[in-house]
Design a protein around this ligand. Structure first.
Ligand code: ARG
Length: 245
C-alpha cells in the first residue's frame, strides 16, 4: 500500500514536488541570448535569467541543471519532459499558450531592427527594409521571424537556428538587418561597432516562464516567485547589473 501511495504521489504530485524530490530543477534554454543567458569561456551558464534561476533553486533547495535545445524545438521538448520549465526569454503568445501554461510576465520587450551601419548611415525604416533587395536575418521559430514575415514580406528573409548566427550575418555584412527582441539587439549593438539599433519598437511583448499545462500548484508557486523578485527589487538589481544602456 505504501508503495502504491508513493507511486500515486509521484504520478499526481505537482512539478514543484517532483523537483524537490529529485533535488534538481531542469531548465530548458537555447544556446545563448545575452545578457539573459549564455555560456562563459569556462562553460558556466551566466546572465540575468541564470541569476534569477539560481535564486529560485536556492529557495527550492535544489540543484540547477540547464538543458540546451534548439529554439524551434523547445516547446515539444518541455511537453515530452526533457526538462521542467522553459525560462528562456520566451514571449507569451496565445498560440504557445495552447501548448504550455505561462506565468505572469517578468520582462517586457519589443521587436527592434538591428542593422549594419556600413549599409545604412541613417536608421532604416520599415519601408526601407520592406524591399526585395534587402536581406533580413531572423531566428527560426522566434517572434522576430513572425514580425519579419508579417511586416517585411517583400524582403528576403533568412532563418537561423541561433540568434548569434543571425546577428553575425548582419555584423559581417551578409545580411542588412536582423529583427529581434530589443534586449539582445541592444546588447549586440553595444558589442559590435558596425551594429546599431533603431529607436522605435515594432511590437510589444511580455516574457513569461512556460511550464507543462494543467499544474495549478506549480503555476501558482512560479507566479509567487515572480511577484517576489519584482517587489523585493531583486529583478531591478539584476537589470541594473546586466542591461546595457
Ligand atoms: N522572445 C522571442 C520569442 O519568444 C525570441 C526568443 C527566442 N530566442 C531565444 N534564444 N530564447 O520568440
Amino acid at each position: 500500500l505504501v508503495l502504491v501511495l508513493l507511486c500515486m504521489t509521484l504520478a499526481f504530485g505537482s512539478l514543484i514536488d517532483d523537483v524537490k524530490q529529485r533535488g534538481v530543477l531542469r531548465v530548458g534554454q537555447d544556446a545563448g541570448y545575452m545578457p539573459l543567458y549564455g555560456t562563459n569561456p569556462d562553460g558556466d551558464r551566466i546572465g540575468l535569467e541564470v541569476d534569477i534561476l539560481k535564486k529560485m533553486a536556492e529557495i527550492l533547495d535544489v540543484k540547477l541543471e540547464f538543458v540546451v535545445v534548439n529554439w524551434d524545438g523547445i516547446i515539444p521538448a518541455l511537453v515530452s519532459n526533457k526538462f521542467d520549465i522553459i525560462w528562456s526569454a520566451m514571449t507569451i503568445t496565445p498560440e504557445r499558450a495552447l501548448r504550455v501554461n505561462f506565468t505572469d510576465p517578468y520582462l517586457t520587450v519589443g521587436q527592434i531592427i538591428l542593422y549594419n551601419t556600413n549599409k545604412y548611415e541613417l536608421p532604416p525604416t520599415e519601408e526601407d527594409l520592406n524591399d526585395p533587395d534587402v536581406k533580413i536575418a531572423v531566428q527560426l521559430g522566434s517572434t522576430g521571424a513572425e514580425a519579419a514575415n508579417r511586416l517585411l514580406s517583400e524582403a528576403q528573409i533568412f532563418m537561423f537556428e541561433t540568434i548569434d548566427e543571425a546577428a553575425f550575418q548582419v555584423a559581417s555584412g551578409r545580411a542588412d538587418a536582423m529583427i529581434f527582441d530589443s534586449i539582445y539587439a541592444r546588447f549586440m549593438a553595444k558589442k559590435y561597432d558596425q551594429l546599431e539599433v533603431t529607436e522605435d519598437l515594432l511590437t510589444r511583448e511580455d516574457f513569461g516562464v512556460a511550464i507543462p499545462k494543467g499544474d495549478f500548484e506549480t503555476l501558482q508557486w512560479m507566479n509567487t516567485f515572480i511577484q517576489w523578485i519584482k517587489t523585493t527589487g531583486t529583478l531591478q538589481e539584476l537589470q541594473d547589473y546586466w542591461f546595457v544602456e
